[in-house]
Design a protein around this ligand. Structure first.
Ligand SMILES: CC(=O)SCCNC(=O)CCNC(=O)[C@H](O)C(C)(C)COP(=O)(O)OP(=O)(O)OC[C@H]1O[C@@H](n2cnc3c(N)ncnc32)[C@H](O)[C@@H]1OP(=O)(O)O
Ligand SMILES: N[C@@H](CCO)C(=O)O
Length: 374
């Protein structure tokens, strides 16, 4: 296992439709190369895996103060901090991590790793395969379990035997549960937010529709599109569909109603166009397909005699929370997890729908403080 820092600024040679590629500035990232082969749950194999991650605070001598933050679908390791070279977006939980913050870096060592299959430095479809070309369509299917296995290897490399807490929302919440079920001895506390123990038909339906939008773009080219010529239109349509599920109908009505802008577009359509363009400029379409498929196949109870039996393995102290207006991950899904873990469900009031897990920082932060005593 090799730790590589500062990969330099060689010309971009594997850029596909967006995302960090080898040669870009690393920003605050650190890179860890794991020797393989890395065998995957759905039968594929990766000869080696690179993990890109960020940390805040100092690891205690007994390594007992480490917290793992798990990002969501199009998030990344940049939990907090400004944009800059190699960091296309500001921290997605700015205010939750720092000195005196709910994830108090005066006490805690906070880690966030880019997910396996993504496009922010950890191995994914836009990374180079051993032949030097991007993996593209050859990138194997990965599961939430595979992603957690990579994170466990990172924890081993950092000398962290047991997390003081594993924390995350949405797709990040799936990895929280997978950690607590697959490695209960390594998780002291968990914070599960706006997520589910298994994918629902509704979630699979919207995510496969988003995948269809990407695959319908002629530039998809079977997943092997040339550098800089990715299916940005398909990815943009996927983001429009997804973004509607991330916000509540009531919020959209209140903010946009039927207003038509001077340019002739419905205001809500213009808003979705904006989010489509932003994502298409920063994210790889191949990663989007791989990660939504990992979410489609998510079921913590698979091969574990069902969800409740799986969750009975959890020994961590738990906070389970949902957003009251979340139409993508409705609170009934978090209620099921809370019931199985024997804790009360915490409901965050918000008009913002699913994205409330990113926006309602005061309420989310208060729950984190309660769990960690910070
Ligand atoms: C856990 C994770 O890591 S997930 C990844 C998190 N980050 C993202 O998903 C990035 C994409 N952004 C988002 O999803 C959301 O903006 C959030 C959740 C981050 C923040 O939500 P909010 O603060 O409510 O922002 P909102 O959704 O209203 O979007 C604001 C943007 O829409 C634009 N906008 C608003 N109305 C319109 C309109 N009529 N036409 C065009 N653009 C519009 C604003 O100018 C603003 O643009 P900017 O972001 O480039 O500054
Ligand atoms: N805005 C979030 C929503 C999905 O959890 C994302 O893009 O990852």
């Amino acid at each position: 296992m090799t730790v590589v820092r500062g990969a330099g600024t060689a010309p971009r040679t594997t850029a596909r439709s967006g995302g960090w590629v080898e040669g870009d500035p690393t920003g605050d990232r650190q890179l860890l190369d794991l020797d393989g082969p890395f065998r995957l749950e759905r039968g594929g194999e990766l000869p080696a895996v690179r993990v890109a991650y960020e940390t805040w605070g100092e690891l205690a001598p007994d390594a007992g103060n480490a917290v793992l933050v798990e990002h969501a679908l199009t998030g990344d390791s940049h939990v907090t901090g400004p944009t800059g070279p190699g960091q296309p977006t500001p921290g997605w939980w700015d205010g939750l991590v720092g000195p005196g913050a709910p994830l108090d870096t005066d006490r805690l060592f906070v880690v966030c790793a880019n997910v396996l299959g993504g496009c922010q430095g950890t191995t994914g479809p836009s990374s180079r395969a051993p032949d030097g070309a991007p993996w593209g369509s050859r990138f194997p299917a990965v599961t939430i379990g595979d992603q957690v296995a990579v994170e466990a290897a990172l924890a081993d490399a950092l000398g962290i035997g047991r997390w003081a807490a594993v924390v995350g929302g949405s797709m990040g919440g799936m990895r929280v549960l997978e950690w607590a079920v697959s490695r209960p001895d390594r998780v002291e506390a968990l914070f599960f937010l706006a997520s589910a123990a298994a994918a629902s038909a509704d979630q699979i339906g919207t995510q496969t529709t988003q995948q269809t939008a990407i695959r319908s773009d002629p530039r998809w080219a079977g997943g092997d599109y040339p550098a800089g010529e990715g299916p940005v239109d398909g990815l943009g349509t996927a983001r429009r569909i997804a973004h509607l599920t991330y916000r509540s109908a009531a919020e959209l009505e209140q903010r946009f109603g039927t207003h038509v802008q001077d340019d002739g577009r419905f205001a809500v359509a213009s808003y979705l166009d904006h989010h489509a363009a932003k994502l298409a400029g920063r994210f790889d379409a191949g990663s989007y397909v791989v990660l939504t498929e990992a979410m489609n196949t998510w079921d913590v109870g698979r091969h574990r005699s069902g969800v409740e039996a799986a969750l009975s393995r959890v020994t961590a102290r738990a906070t389970v929370a949902g957003i009251d207006s979340d139409r993508l991950y409705p609170v009934a899904q978090q209620q099921r997890v809370a019931d199985a873990l024997g804790v009360g469900l915490r409901v965050v009031p918000s008009t913002h729908g699913h994205d409330g897990f990113l926006i309602e920082l005061d309420a989310v932060g208060a729950l984190v403080r309660e769990l960690l005593g910070t």
